[in-house]
Design a binder for this molecule. Structure first.
Ligand SMILES: Cc1cc2nc3c(=O)[nH]c(=O)nc-3n(C[C@H](O)[C@H](O)[C@H](O)COP(=O)(O)OP(=O)(O)OC[C@H]3O[C@@H](n4cnc5c(N)ncnc54)[C@H](O)[C@@H]3O)c2cc1C
Length: 388
């Protein structure tokens, strides 16, 4: 498929035209636009609100690998993404002069029950193999106490602690700002104007403000709202594709060392960021009335995080934040050309791990837009697998 137009964002009377239209300026949409612009395509990114105003505008930014046993293509995809992200972030920072708050900080997991320790010990060898520790240096180790006294509390791991060195963290907002800045003069970002309607046959798009756009191809990267757009395009119920899952997080001013590892225990994340701040999270709510309000569930998360890491006790809460994660129907990301719609590709559903894999999700979406295929995509990420 050839998408190349002759002129960037050509305007014919009031009609815009581009090679690729990306709906949604979250981390997935901005990466898609960045990679497409690097390949010489004329790109328009539409966001119904503002770039980074969706789930990507949060606070946590944990980049954690899947467990190293029962390795499969999905885990390999995520591993390759996590391993390559540092370099991608460094390039982005060099290009834009903006820091992304990235640090390969590692992760500590307290081992609560005796069988957790047995499993953790079995994982040492599994990690060595699948993470190729000899080459990469990423390691999984088990010890009786945390390396840094009190981080987390020794009592949180009665059966010891895992310390792995592959996990990292990024500042979601700084990362989004750098991604957006990297598109300056390379793509057109239109904010406060969402994709309203579109026709796959002609790839003719109308925005909420009524602007018509002719696009060679459309990538739907509108986070959880992609499911609604897919429903409109295909006539299927949006829930066939996926649903939003609400999460609440907080940013604390804890005056702690920004180089400390992130801590993950029983669904609670404690993620040290720059300038002594620590993000804690997050809830996972499938039933909610207000997708963006915070409540006592977040208080519980803060209390749990403070028990885990007593250095957080009494820390000032700088911000409370809630957002909606896109969870595709089978939990994995959903990427590919929409069946029966050859000019429309979807890229969403990264759920809880999107920050670590968005650049690879975007590369696959672009492969679909340009070549109708992406051989490196795990089968479980395909739309067919989700709809099966
Ligand atoms: C509380 C919480 C904590 C999280 N923690 C982590 C974490 O630690 N690590 C991690 O990897 N992930 C984490 N996630 C998940 C991650 O934030 C999301 O999976 C990711 O940001 C989704 O990115 P996206 O680009 O797919 O969607 P979004 O960031 O939601 O972007 C979608 C964009 O599309 C726009 N849009 C919507 N409709 C339209 C339309 N019709 N036309 C044009 N634009 C439209 C929206 O305005 C929005 O800007 C967390 C999520 C939450 C809520």
């Amino acid at each position: 498929m050839t998408l190349k137009n002759t002129q960037p964002y050509t305007t014919n009377r009031d009609r815009l035209s581009c090679d690729l239209l990306v709906a949604g300026a979250g981390v997935v949409g901005l990466w898609t636009a960045r990679l497409a612009a690097a390949r010489g395509l004329n790109v328009i990114v539409l966001d119904a609100r503002a770039a980074g105003s969706g789930a990507s505008g949060g606070l946590l930014g944990a980049l954690m690998p899947h467990m190293p046993e029962r390795w499969n293509p999905k885990k390999q995809f995520q591993f390759e993404a996590l391993a390559s992200l540092e370099n991608e972030v460094r390039k982005l920072e060099a290009e834009t002069g903006l820091g992304c708050g990235y640090r390969r900080c590692g992760r500590i997991i307290p081992l609560i029950k005796p069988h957790h320790r047995d499993l953790a010990v079995e994982r040492i060898e599994a990690a060595e193999n699948v993470w190729d520790s000899a080459q990469t240096g990423y390691a999984w180790a088990v010890s009786d106490s945390p390396e840094e006294a009190g981080w987390p509390d020794a009592a949180s791991g009665p059966n010891g602690f895992v310390h792995e060195t592959l996990s990292a963290r990024v500042s979601p907002r700084n990362y989004m700002a750098a991604l957006k800045a990297s598109l300056d003069s390379k793509a057109r970002i239109v904010e406060s104007d969402g994709l309203l309607s579109f026709e796959d046959r002609s790839a003719r798009v109308t925005t909420a403000s009524g602007t018509p756009i002719d696009a060679g191809h459309i990538v739907l990267a509108a986070g959880h709202e992609t499911f609604e757009l897919l429903g409109r395009l295909t006539g299927r119920p949006p829930a066939d594709y996926g649903k939003p899952v609400k999460g609440q997080t907080a940013l604390l001013d804890a005056d702690i060392d920004a180089d400390l590892p992130l801590v993950f225990s029983d669904g609670t994340y404690v993620v040290p960021h720059a300038a002594g701040t620590v993000a804690v999270g997050s809830t996972s709510e499938t039933d909610f009335e207000d997708g963006h309000g915070t409540d006592e569930k977040l208080d519980d998360v803060i209390a749990k995080a403070s028990r885990l890491c007593p250095a957080l006790e009494g820390a000032r809460v700088l911000e409370r934040w809630a957002g909606l994660r896109p969870k595709a129907v089978r939990r994995d990301p959903m990427i590919g050309v929409v069946p029966g719609c050859k000019r429309t590709t979807v890229a969403t559903g990264g759920f809880k791990i999107t920050f670590g894999i968005a650049h690879k999700m975007a590369a696959c979406a672009l492969d679909f837009a340009l070549d109708d295929q992406c051989p490196s995509l795990p089968e479980s990420f395909t739309i067919d697998a989700h709809l099966r």
